[in-house]
Write a protein that binds this ligand. Structure first.
Ligand code: PGA
Length: 248
């Protein structure tokens, strides 16, 4: 049985005050939440979140990392630095990193490796653009993104990876994939993994992301291959995020 996981991706939205309020709200509403809950905070707030969630079941993640372990990389943050602040997870290959910062699937695979080498669980994001979907290339795009990781690290690496399927056209747009659309890609991903290793395919969590909210979360997460969500906008409000966690 796979666990349901709900992860919040705060993106570049936080202040000391908003973090206090958001985590305070989450902590007071965690009773009755059976899902695994992760919050992915911007780097400067990892320490604050680490202290606030201490002793709770909420887990901490970062949103990016550098693929190198240390050295002359001004402005960058390594996997071990992230771990040093109590994070267990890190998002890799988010579509905003791919499209705005030129991260290729090869770079994403290197970052996935760096995370695993430091015992962090990567939340590996994949997903197609609207143009790619409309031209019938969704599966080919997702397959290429996942194969880049399999080719570098081997299928066994997926023992420690969480996948997030995030159609780019659904991110931050209010246009959620229908449960049928999402389930179909999730099943495709699971079958792709099964082509290399059936056991790993069955145990790998595959989260959906892209305008998931309190209103649509239950329908999406009731699909057999959707194991939770990666939540952007709706993760910034404690009540909304908790409702999504409770829907899982
Ligand atoms: P959204 O973002 O929920 O605001 O669409 C999801 C994501 O980018 O991870």
């Amino acid at each position: 049985m796979r666990k349901t996981i709900v992860a919040g991706n705060w993106k570049m939205n936080a202040s000391k005050e908003s973090v206090n309020n958001l985590i305070g709200g989450l902590l007071s509403g965690m009773g009755g939440v059976a899902t695994e809950v992760i919050v992915c905070a911007p780097f400067p707030y990892l320490s604050q979140v680490e202290s606030l969630i201490s002793g709770s079941s909420i887990m901490l993640g970062a949103q990016n990392l550098n693929a190198n372990p240390k050295g002359a990389f001004t402005g960058e943050v390594s996997a071990n630095m992230i771990k040093d602040f109590g994070a267990q997870h890190v998002i890799v290959g988010h579509s905003e990193r791919r499209s705005l910062y030129g991260e290729t699937s090869a770079v994403v695979a290197e970052k996935t490796k760096a995370a695993l080498d430091a015992d962090l669980t990567p939340l590996l994001c994949v997903g197609e653009s609207l143009e790619e979907r409309e031209s019938g290339n969704t599966e080919a795009v997702v397959e290429k993104q996942i194969n880049a990781v399999i080719n570098l690290l081997g299928i066994d690496a997926f023992d420690g990876i969480i996948i997030a399927y995030e159609p780019v056209w659904a991110i931050g747009t209010g246009l959620t994939a229908t449960p049928e659309q999402a389930q179909s890609v999730h099943l495709f991903i699971r079958n792709l993994l099964a082509g290399s290793n059936e056991r790993i395919a069955q145990k790998t969590p595959i989260l959906y992301g892209g305008s998931m909210n309190a209103g649509n979360a239950a329908d999406l997460m009731s699909c057999s291959d959707i194991d939770g969500g990666l939540i952007g906008g709706a993760a910034l409000k404690a009540d909304d995020f908790l409702q999504i966690c409770k829907a899982g």
